[in-house]
Design a protein around this ligand. Structure first.
Ligand SMILES: Cc1cc2nc3c(=O)[nH]c(=O)nc-3n(C[C@H](O)[C@H](O)[C@H](O)COP(=O)(O)OP(=O)(O)OC[C@H]3O[C@@H](n4cnc5c(N)ncnc54)[C@H](O)[C@@H]3O)c2cc1C
Length: 332
């Protein structure tokens, strides 16, 4: 039987959406391979989450419960997961590319002496050299090409997927599956680095998740004298502001508001992109938005290929006019 495994990240006794997204993707792949999907769940008192994973389609859930593992512990989690994977010997392992997943996945891959492809935007199975291979798609070369990566010799084939990039499946209440409780020994060595608490980012780490309207700015704002216009337009529309990687690098936005392959993936009703060229690394993060509006002075910027409505011009001239009109409509 071909084994596929996902790591189901939970926080505060809640499964993260990305865990259900990778679970659904694993099921899609397992249908092609005629395999079965198992999930690994670590935490404290998380048995009801195991049932939820079964209802979302996991055939089997390995549960490791321990009060010392309530919060993510880098070394302990990596060692436990690597040991479970050694025992199951899966073909494929999918991990949500959260901040924690990005720490965990390489540590596990190194212990298993296998490769890891970070931030895949698509995955599919193809027979190459007589063997089923997981084709791992990532934007590359400055976002101008989609690169297909395979891991032909080593197993498991491991990838991370950013939250929001895949779709989660439907829950089937009452569905039955196998829940296996494991009790690995923990030693002091597992806690040389110790997570003591999670502290929420002040500016609302998750404020983009449910936002209906997002205004996102790119490096084009540099010539416009900074990010102020983006924030003002977001306020005028009653939405949230966000930005590209250069906007983060300039210190205009916190990392939690960076959109794209290595940032957030969002699906608002309205996404307005201002002064951003439209590299695939960036557009991957919002391409599923209902309506996309782009403002850029370069008529050939790739952002216009994805936009439903494009405005060519200088942000300094266009954005203040829109804000003025909105203020007339709805006084701030
Ligand atoms: C592995 C990897 C991962 C990456 N992950 C991400 C990611 O998650 N998110 C991300 O954003 N990037 C990411 N990048 C970087 C990405 O490839 C691009 O470099 C980046 O998105 C470009 O940002 P930008 O559009 O703000 O800047 P630029 O490409 O410099 O575009 C600026 C735009 O502003 C316009 N402009 C300039 N002045 C004005 C003006 N006055 N009025 C109107 N328009 C103006 C220009 O015409 C141009 O189109 C990643 C890169 C790599 C290699």
């Amino acid at each position: 039987m071909t084994e596929l495994v996902i790591w189901a990240e939970q926080r505060d006794h809640r499964l993260l959406d990305v865990a259900l997204e990778v679970l659904q993707k694993a099921q899609d792949l397992s249908r092609v391979l005629q395999g079965r999907v198992s999930a690994i769940l670590i935490g404290e008192n998380c048995v009801q989450l195991a049932e939820e994973l079964v209802e979302y389609g996991a055939t089997r859930v390995f549960v490791v419960e321990n009060s010392k593992l309530r919060l993510y512990q880098s070394e302990a989690y990596a060692r436990i997961i690597a040991q479970i994977l050694k025992d199951i010997a899966p073909e494929i392992v999918l991990i949500g590319g959260t901040t924690i997943g990005m720490d965990l996945a390489p540590a596990v891959a190194a212990r298993l002496r296998t490769g890891l492809t970070a931030h895949c935007v698509d995955l599919f199975i193809e027979k190459i050299g007589g063997r089923d291979q997981l084709v791992q798609v990532v934007p590359g070369w400055g976002g101008n090409m989609m690169i297909q990566i395979i891991c032909p010799e080593h197993r498991p084939q491991m990838v991370t997927i950013r939250p929001g990039v895949m779709e989660k499946g439907k829950r089937e209440i009452g569905k039955k599956g196998e829940v296996v409780f494991l009790k690995p020994e923990l030693s002091e060595e597992d806690f040389q680095v110790n997570t003591i608490e999670y502290v929420r980012e002040q500016r609302g780490e998750n404020s983009l998740d449910d936002a209906e309207i997002i205004v996102s700015g790119g490096f084009g704002l540099y010539s416009a004298g900074g990010f102020r216009l983006v924030e003002e337009l977001a306020v005028a529309l009653g939405g949230e502001f966000a930005g590209t990687r250069p906007a983060f690098d300039e210190g205009w936005i916190p990392e939690s508001r960076m959109i794209g392959q290595s940032g957030k993936a969002v699906k608002p009703r309205l996404f307005i992109s201002i002064g951003a060229s439209g590299a695939v690394h960036y557009t991957t993060g919002f391409q599923k938005s209902r309506v996309i509006v782009a403002i850029d002075k370069n008529p050939k910027a790739p952002i216009f290929n994805i936009a439903d409505l494009g405005i060519v011009g200088d942000v300094k001239k266009i954005v203040p006019v829109i804000i003025e009109e909105l203020k007339k409509d709805r006084p701030l």
